[in-house]
Design a protein. Sequence first.
Length: 230
Amino acid sequence: MTNDETLARVRDDGEAAGVTGVVLVAHGGRSVSSEPTTAVQPAVLRMVPLARAIRRALRGTGALVVRPRFRLRGWNGEQALPVHDLSGILDDVGRRFGPVPIVLVGHSMGARAALRVAGHRGVSAVAALAPWLPPGEPVEQLTGRRVLLVHGSADGITRPDDTWAYAERARSVAEVTTVEIRNGDHAMLRRASLWHSIAADFARGAFRLPETAGHANAARRLTIGASNSL
């Protein structure tokens, strides 16, 4: 896995020791593709403002926000390549920073991968935005995790109904909050600020940080552990 905002920028000295938590923001892709990812592909670029919003919400807390980039664009069936990529970087985070809490935020294919690796020992919470969740996706790995599932009602790429069905199954093992974004699209361009605010608020809550005036609006409108519509 490559990094657009690399962990290597954090030195293995006092700077690394000052990291209190890590947020990994995982981009989308395609169901099948052997094409390498690049920094300028739309799915990768879409994570730039999302990561920026999360970083702004966590400024001054010691949390590190990273945008890893999958090696290939495709999920590719049983290979599930993004799962292996994310697992590797989670192991790297553990080696670099020790037992700090890790929050995963994924979009589309990246959301599916994030949910798949949520059982990693370092992960405390996972947010799936416009996730790609075909029927039969496992949920047992979510046990004890805090889970957020957000889907736009106008998504024409991935199915909101699949997300809500996944949520019902996941609630048997985890605290699951769902949010329907009314008229929201798959790329999260429509009502983008709301998508960003929800993800940023979730990250703050996952790190047990108090609400702030600049980042509380979306959180105040959500009922945690329930279904919401905004």
